[in-house]
Each structure stands twice: as structure tokens, then as C-alpha cells.
Ligand binder design. Structure first.
Ligand SMILES: Cc1cc2nc3c(=O)[nH]c(=O)nc-3n(C[C@H](O)[C@H](O)[C@H](O)COP(=O)(O)OP(=O)(O)OC[C@H]3O[C@@H](n4cnc5c(N)ncnc54)[C@H](O)[C@@H]3O)c2cc1C
Length: 439
């Protein structure tokens, strides 16, 4: 129906335009900012809005906050199913938040070292020469980024075939992806520093922080329209208009088309998305009855198999009766494709081959955290494809001065993207997006 512009409505519109920007937005839109996703980035954005006096609405698809930082309690004792370390703690906002909340976060070296044992297909092996190989891998991959070309992990070790198995293993366990598909330059940009561990759980810390922030749970956003003034955000709870939207959903979710944009996103944003992908790092928690199979607290069993199916079994962290199986890459995708029950059986078979039949006798329960098949994550965290180290910067560009993508994939730190992939970086990206929205 065409609107009839009366003299009164024209006067009202004129009065609206004369108001300061913030008040004008109040008159025009349901809220100032809609934040999509209540993981670390969304929570960082929400806190920044609250501090700055911006009106906001935070919409979350899951029935909980925290996103990929989640402390799983389903086995009767906590373990982190996603993020575990507060990386580069010297400048990580989660360290400050832990201090403010009185939550213990301690240097990883403060915990006792258990056994480190290597196996191949369940049989114990001696791994000689590994120390020299790790030192050389670290030099090539963690070094000064100005020295690293934008090539794959494989090309980065092309002149040193003896480093190839190590580069493949590192790619799968650190990025969750196959070495052919990761940009060495993007990886070299990551910050390093002290790594802290939160005994109560990193996810529990994030949940405690977010408990005071208003959020609409179980509300997946399906459509964002930016064809008029501001944005219209459509979700399970209906339509909401806002001056701007901060989208913090993982890039895997965006690439899968879970949120439609009208009009389509500009070429630069699509190029950014196309240059990023997500790995498949997976954790399966296995609960035992108190039997410890002769392994001290904080032991690690590394079981390799020539087909790429390397699994690290982290045993009895914090003296809890849980072993966490950690694995990534195409092997993880294949394991998850079998279904949860078969995935647990695969891990129990491998533990049995290493430790004996008492493993099955003492097994009490499991929980599978397959982030790669989780529709609200679609992977563990982002990495740039070879030749695409510029992708994060492209995705971070605002769209029409009203859509901002923020999250671990766009985590800026002095413009160097060194905070990418992490919960700390996501929080910083959320805060930065709010500053940008304010202009
Ligand atoms: C196995 C594993 C280990 C990790 N280890 C570490 C570590 O040790 N240290 C570290 O710093 N980081 C680690 N990470 C990465 C860390 O978890 C992420 O970097 C961080 O969670 C990113 O935060 P985010 O807010 O960008 O995204 P997320 O945490 O994914 O939050 C995004 C939110 O958006 C929601 N969402 C999705 N779709 C929609 C929709 N349509 N509508 C509304 N909401 C939606 C999601 O449910 C989610 O809550 C790990 C991740 C995994 C999976």
C-alpha cells in the first residue's frame, strides 16, 4: 500500500533528521545493533555496546551461550570440548576477565607432567630425531611472518622431505586440516605467548562472564536484509530492524548459506569467505571408572597410523577420570561420518590396542564433540587457503556501512590478524566491530 505523506508525517520526518544520530536511530529502528551469535565475539560486542550505551539485541541459535568455548559436563566431571588454552595471555582479554571474576587461570607449566608415550597402530614406538624435527618445523612455521611465503604447509617443506610427516601431523592437530589446504603465511601470523589453563573450564569461564548479558537463545538468524535503511534481521523470533548488524557466526556457517543476505554480499566479502575454510579438530570424551591403567595424571598417548589417523589421547587432566581423544583433518571427517557410536568404538579399539582389554571393562560413557558436523559451527576454526592470506582482511571490511563480520576469522590485532582462530581474538573482534559501528 503506497503511504500517503501528510504534512504532519513530513514534519515528523524532518524532526527525526534533526536529532543526533543515536536518538535518530532510536526513532527509526527497533534497536541500534543486532548481534548474531553469543560466542566470545558476540559477548565481547554485547559488553562493548552495554558500556557505550548502545541499544543491542543478541540472538543465539543454540540453547546456550559460549559457542565453540564449551565445558562439557555430561560425563559427570568437566572437560573442555572446544577451546582449552587462554593463548598469548599477556594481552588476552579472557585473562583479565578471569582475574576480575576470581576464576583461576594458571600457566600450563604449573601442572605436573605425566607420561608422553608414542605408538603406531597401537604398538609402542621409539621416536628418535623428533626433537630436531620439531625445532625445524617450528622455525619454518612459527617464525617471523615477513620470511614466510603464502604457500601451503606442504610447499613450505618442499626442500626437506624428512619434515613432511611432521608438517602433516602439525596441520591436523594445530589447525584440524590437511597440510595441502593451509596457508603457511596465515599460520605464521598467529601471535604466541604464555598459555594459561582454566581448571574449572574455559567454557565455564565464558558462561560465567556471559550470564549477566541479555540474550535470546534458540533463535537462529536466517535472513539479513540490507536493501533499505539500516538492516532487517529475520530469525525464529520474527523480524527486527536495526541501524547495524554484527554477524559473529563461524565462516563455515556462512559458507553453508545458513543466513541469506538480500541483496547478496559484495564481491570483496565473498572473496574473503571463499579464501577461508574450517578445519575438523574433534574431541571425544571417554569416562572411566577410576582405573588409571598405570598412567599418571596428565599423560599423553600419541597413536599414529600411516593413513593419517593420528590421535592424541589426553589422560586424567586435573586428576579427573576422563580421557579426551583429539584428532583432526580428513580422518576426523571420516570418523564422524560413521556416526557417534562407531566413532567412540574406534577410539576404544585404539586405546585397547595400546593399553589392553581392561580399557573396555573400565569404560563408563562418552560424549562426542564433532564440531565439523555441528550445524552452528561447521568446523573447529578458520584458516586461510594457500595464496589467500588476504582473505581475513577482506571479510573484515564493513558491508554498506551496516553489516560487520566479527569473530575469530576476522580477529584483528594492530591490523595483523595475529589473534585469529582464538577465543581471545574473537572477543577483540567483537569489541572492534562495536567501535566501527559507532564510527
Ligand atoms: C576443538 C577446539 C579446540 C579449540 N582450542 C582453542 C584453544 O585452546 N584456545 C582458543 O583460544 N581457541 C580455541 N578454539 C577456537 C575457539 O573456540 C574459537 O576461536 C572461538 O570460539 C571463536 O569465537 P566466535 O565468537 O568467533 O565463534 P563461536 O564461538 O562459534 O560463536 C558463534 C556463535 O554463533 C552462533 N550461531 C551460529 N549460527 C547462528 C545463526 N544462524 N543465528 C544465530 N546464532 C548463530 C553459534 O551457535 C555460536 O554460539 C578451539 C576450537 C575447537 C573447536
Amino acid at each position: 500500500m503506497p503511504s500517503t505523506l501528510t504534512r504532519r508525517s513530513i514534519l515528523a520526518a524532518g524532526a527525526t533528521l534533526a536529532l543526533p544520530r543515536a536518538l535518530r536511530a532510536q526513532a527509526l529502528f527497533d534497536t541500534d545493533v543486532v548481534i548474531v551469535g553469543a560466542g566470545p565475539a558476540g559477548l565481547g560486542a554485547a559488553r562493548a555496546c552495554a558500556r557505550d550505551g548502545e541499544r543491542f539485541v543478541l540472538l543465539e541459535a543454540r540453547n546456550r551461550i559460549g559457542g565453540r568455548v564449551f565445558t562439557d559436563m555430561s560425563l559427570g566431571a568437566p572437560y573442555d570440548a572446544g577451546a582449552f588454552y587462554i593463548h598469548w595471555a599477556e594481552r588476552n582479554p579472557w585473562r583479565t576477565i578471569a582475574d576480575e571474576l576470581g576464576v583461576s587461570a594458571r600457566d600450563e607449566n604449573a601442572f605436573p607432567n605425566g607420561a608422553w608415550l608414542s605408538f603406531e597402530n597401537g604398538a609402542p614406538v621409539e621416536r628418535s630425531g623428533r626433537r630436531r624435527q620439531f625445532a625445524e618445523l617450528s622455525r619454518r612455521f612459527d617464525t617471523d611472518q615477513s620470511d614466510v611465503p603464502d604457500v601451503s604447509f606442504i610447499q613450505r617443506v618442499a626442500d626437506a622431505p624428512d619434515l613432511l610427516p611432521g608438517a602433516r601431523g602439525m596441520a591436523r592437530m594445530a589447525v584440524g586440516e590437511e597440510a595441502e589446504r593451509i596457508s603457511a603465511l596465515d599460520y605464521a601470523r598467529l601471535w604466541s605467548g604464555d598459555d594459561l589453563i582454566v581448571p574449572q573450564g574455559y567454557g565455564a569461564l565464558v558462561a560465567q562472564f556471559g550470564a549477566q548479558i541479555p540474550v535470546k537463545l534458540t533463535t537462529p538468524v536466517t535472513h539479513i536484509r540490507w536493501d533499505g535503511r539500516g538492516v532487517v534481521v529475520e530469525s525464529a523470533a520474527g523480524s527486527l530492524t536495526a541501524r547495524a548488524v554484527i554477524v559473529t557466526v563461524p565462516v563455515g556457517v556462512l559458507a553453508a548459506g545458513a543466513i541469506r543476505f538480500t541483496p547478496e554480499l559484495p564481491a570483496v566479502t565473498q572473496e574473503g569467505l571463499g579464501g577461508l575454510a574450517m578445519g575438523a579438530l574433534t574431541k571425544i570424551g571417554l569416562r572411566f571408572d577410576g582405573a588409571r591403567f598405570g598412567l599418571p595424571v596428565n599423560s599423553n598417548l600419541w597413536d599414529e597410523s600411516p593413513d593419517g589417523g593420528g590421535v592424541n589421547f589426553e589422560c586424567w587432566s586435573f586428576d579427573r577420570d576422563i580421557i579426551v581423544a583429539l584428532f583432526g583433518g580428513d580422518f576426523a571427517r571420516a570418523v564422524l561420518a560413521q556416526g557417534e557410536r562407531a566413532a567412540v568404538e574406534t577410539m576404544l579399539d585404539r586405546l585397547t590396542a595400546m593399553l589392553g582389554p581392561q580399557v573396555r571393562a573400565a569404560f563408563m560413557g562418552s560424549s562426542v564433540n564433532g564440531w565439523a558436523t555441528d550445524p552452528h559451527a561447521m568446523g573447529c576454526y578458520s584458516h586461510a587457503l594457500p595464496g589467500q592470506a588476504g582473505a581475513r582482511a577482506k571479510l573484515a571490511q564493513p558491508v554498506g556501512d551496516r553489516i560487520w563480520f566479527a569473530g575469530e576469522a576476522t580477529a584483528v590485532g594492530d591490523g595483523e590478524f595475529g589473534a585469529a582462530m582464538t577465543a581471545g581474538g574473537a572477543f577483540l573482534a567483537g569489541e572492534a566491530a562495536v567501535r566501527a559501528v559507532r564510527g
